[in-house]
Every structure is written in structure tokens, then in C-alpha cells.
Design a protein around this ligand. Structure first.
Ligand code: CP
Length: 302
């Protein structure tokens, strides 16, 4: 079964073929030549146990563009409040006919847990602090568009790396594709143990920015971190934020990425988020095509 629970063990061929397919789908949709409905007659469960805007909307568009039917589940208003378990909820979605389960959940490992117990493919739409593989793939597609190639490029990831499923999936995928990754952030949110991801650590943003071919800023995840781990917001911005002046100091052609939602004025200033080097909204647009590619891969459409 073609699950996509993470990118830790995805090889270069798998990542490369998903990116190539997403690029081809984008070309066909933009040219107006995309007519195919390979998911016609199939329901795709979009099970969101945690809030989402980008991932949920782009999966909905992806399913619809492929001719499928989105089967939406949101925890608010569901029988979870009556004590129904994650597994029973997922079995229900499988039982009513879902061909694929797309799942977002606050617990790390939830997607893998379900993949081991269901008889339909599972796509991880973000599980706790573990992985967010479709986000990393859309980030790689955007980086490839901007940089031409990933091999040999240096991507600097700044912020709350410890709680970031986006950063973990990006580290796995970027290293597999031959890029160098440098992480930066406060020691509490970017601890030495992260070197286990086969990356470099450089705590001072002003030392690492000049080495970057691309910058990825991360959201401060207030919902996952305790107050003791985070300096005051103003202090955080001063030491780790991509301020207007830091953005202006970047070499021309160094793209600025952020998975969003953004905390404007904290990890990224408006001038950086909306400036000419920002590709944040390109990332979001690419999400649809990456998710189309992942859905086709899951159902075995070649
Ligand atoms: N980047 C991302 O996963 O955004 P959402 O939480 O809005 O889906």
C-alpha cells in the first residue's frame, strides 16, 4: 500500500518522482489541458483532528481536480466528544467507502498508527511534532522552481525547530535530495540533539543568513511550547526574526519561505513576508499540485 506517513525513509527516486509529477500536473492545469478524472467515483477522507487552512483547502481542491469526492471529517461536532477513538473514527471513514485517508492529528505517530491498522492508503497531513510530508514536498517544489536544483544548495531553517513537523520533514527530504541544511534558533527551541537530523546548527541568525541559498522561517508554535522556552516576543524578533533590515541584507535571488500561518511581526516582518523575495504564496499554490501527485501515488495511478 502506498502510504505517505513521512519522508524519513523516502528515497531520492520517490521524492523526485512526486515532485516531477506535481510539476507536470501544474503545467497541465495552468495550460488548461488537464481534463482527466482519475479519482471519479472515489471518496477521499479528509480527517482533520486539528485546525488547518492551507492543507485542508488544498487537499479539497486536489481531490476535486482529480474528479474525486472529498469526505470531510472535522473533530468539532463529531462523535469524538462522546468518546469515540481515533481508530474507530478512521475505520468508520474506511467503512463508508473512503479510498484514501488523509489525516491531521495533534499526536506524533497518529498517521503511522492508522497506516498499520487500515486497509486503505494513509497520507499524513501533519501529526504532532513528527512530520508533515506534503508540506515538505511543496516546499521542495518551490525551492526547485527558485534554485533550479536542490543538490548542493544550502537551506537555512530558523525558529522553533524542535516542535516543527515541517522542519523535520524538510530536513529528511532536503538531505536526501543532496541539499545542506543549517538550523538556527534559541537553544531551547533548536537544541543540540537536532544534529541527529544530519544537519548543522548555527544559533545566531546573522551568522547563518549570509551562507543561505534559501531561508525558511518557522512559526512560533505557542500552542505546543511552554512559556519558559520562549523569550519575550520582542526579544525573539530582535534575535531570530526575519526583520525588514535582515531581509534587505539577503543576496538577490535568495527566496524566503514560510509554511504559514505566519506570526507577522514576530518571526517575520511584513516587509519580508510580502517583499519581492517572498515565495510564501507560491508555496501555498504548489500545495494543490503536490497533493494531487500524492493522491495519485496513493491510489496507484501511474
Ligand atoms: N502549513 C500548514 O500546514 O498550514 P495549515 O495548518 O493551515 O494547514
Amino acid at each position: 500500500m502506498r502510504h505517505l506517513t513521512g519522508l524519513r525513509s523516502a528515497d531520492r527516486d520517490r521524492i523526485g518522482s512526486l515532485l516531477d509529477r506535481a510539476q507536470a500536473l501544474r503545467q497541465a492545469v495552468c495550460d488548461g489541458t488537464w481534463q482527466s478524472t482519475p479519482l471519479a467515483g472515489r471518496a477521499i477522507a479528509l480527517a482533520f483532528f486539528e485546525p488547518s487552512t492551507r492543507t485542508r483547502c488544498s487537499f479539497e481542491v486536489a481531490v476535486t481536480r482529480l474528479g474525486g469526492h472529498p469526505l470531510r471529517f472535522e473533530s468539532a461536532g463529531s462523535s469524538l466528544s462522546k468518546g469515540e477513538s481515533l481508530l474507530d473514527t478512521a475505520r468508520l471513514l474506511q467503512g463508508v467507502g473512503a479510498a484514501v485517508l488523509v489525516v491531521r492529528h495533534p499526536s506524533s505517530g497518529a498517521a503511522r498508527f492508522l497506516a498499520a491498522r487500515l486497509s486503505i492508503p494513509v497520507i499524513n497531513a501533519g501529526d504532532g511534532s513528527n512530520e508533515h510530508p506534503t508540506q515538505a514536498l511543496l516546499d521542495l517544489l518551490t525551492l526547485r522552481d527558485e534554485l533550479g536544483t536542490l543538490a548542493g544548495r544550502t537551506v537555512v531553517i530558523v525558529g522553533d525547530v524542535m516542535h516543527s513537523r515541517v522542519a523535520r520533514s524538510n530536513c529528511f527530504a532536503l538531505r536526501t535530495m543532496g541539499a545542506k541544511v543549517i538550523l538556527a534558533g534559541p537553544g531551547t527551541l533548536c537544541p543540540p540533539a537536532l544534529r541527529g537530523l544530519d544537519v548543522e546548527l548555527g544559533h545566531r541568525i546573522d551568522e547563518v543568513l549570509p551562507t543561505a541559498d534559501a531561508i525558511m522561517m518557522l512559526r512560533i508554535q505557542r500552542e505546543r511550547i511552554g512559556g519558559a522556552m520562549l523569550p519575550q516576543v520582542a526579544e525573539y524578533r530582535e534575535h531570530y526574526g526575519l526583520t525588514a533590515s535582515r531581509a534587505a541584507s539577503l543576496a538577490p535571488g535568495v527566496p524566503i519561505l514560510h509554511p504559514a500561518p505566519m506570526n507577522r511581526g514576530v518571526e517575520v516582518d511584513d516587509a519580508a513576508a510580502d517583499g519581492p523575495s517572498s515565495v510564501v504564496f507560491d508555496q501555498m499554490a504548489n500545495g494543490v499540485f503536490v497533493r494531487m501527485a500524492c493522491l495519485l501515488d496513493a491510489v496507484g495511478e501511474v
